[in-house]
Design a protein around this ligand. Structure first.
Ligand code: ZN
Length: 133
C-alpha cells in the first residue's frame, strides 16, 4: 500500500461507525450533525464537522432505486404466499397504501444509508469527488 493510501485510510471513519451514524440518520462521518433540515431535504453541510452532504445526493440514486425495488419485491412476494383475497379491490387498496406508507416512511433511512455508502467509497478514494475544503 502506498504512503498516500495509508494516510487516507488512517483519517477515515470506520465502516461500522458510518453504518451506525446512518441508521441514526446523522452525518456519516461524525455522527453528530443532522443530515435533513426538513422531510427529505438534505442540509448543505454537516453542522458539526462540515462534511458536504447535499452535493452527494446525485450519487445516491442507485441505492434509492434498488431499495425501492426491494420493497416492491417484498410486496409482490407477500402476494404470492398469502391466500387469495375475497375482496380484491379492498386488498389492492390496502397493499397499495401499505407499499406507499413503507416507501415514504423508510425514505429518510434509505437516503441516509445511501449517503453513508457514498461517503464510505468517496472517503477511501485517492481522488475524492468531494474533498474537504
Ligand atoms: Zn459531521
Amino acid at each position: 500500500m502506498s504512503t498516500l493510501s495509508s494516510s487516507i485510510l488512517s483519517n477515515v471513519t470506520p465502516l461500522k461507525s458510518i453504518i451506525e451514524h446512518a441508521i441514526r440518520i446523522r452525518c456519516p462521518r461524525c455522527g453528530q450533525g443532522k443530515i435533513f433540515f426538513a422531510w427529505g431535504e438534505l442540509v448543505e453541510k454537516c453542522e458539526s464537522c462540515g462534511l458536504k452532504i447535499r452535493i452527494r445526493e446525485p450519487d445516491t440514486w442507485f441505492f434509492m432505486y434498488m431499495s425501492t425495488a426491494a420493497i416492491t419485491g417484498l410486496f409482490v412476494m407477500s402476494m404470492l404466499f398469502l391466500p387469495a383475497p375475497k375482496n380484491q379491490t379492498m386488498t389492492a387498496l390496502i397493499i397499495g397504501a401499505g407499499a406507499l406508507g413503507i416507501f415514504f416512511l423508510t425514505t429518510p433511512l434509505r437516503k441516509s444509508l445511501a449517503l453513508a455508502i457514498e461517503y464510505f467509497t468517496d472517503s477511501r478514494s485517492e481522488h475524492p469527488r468531494y474533498p474537504d475544503e
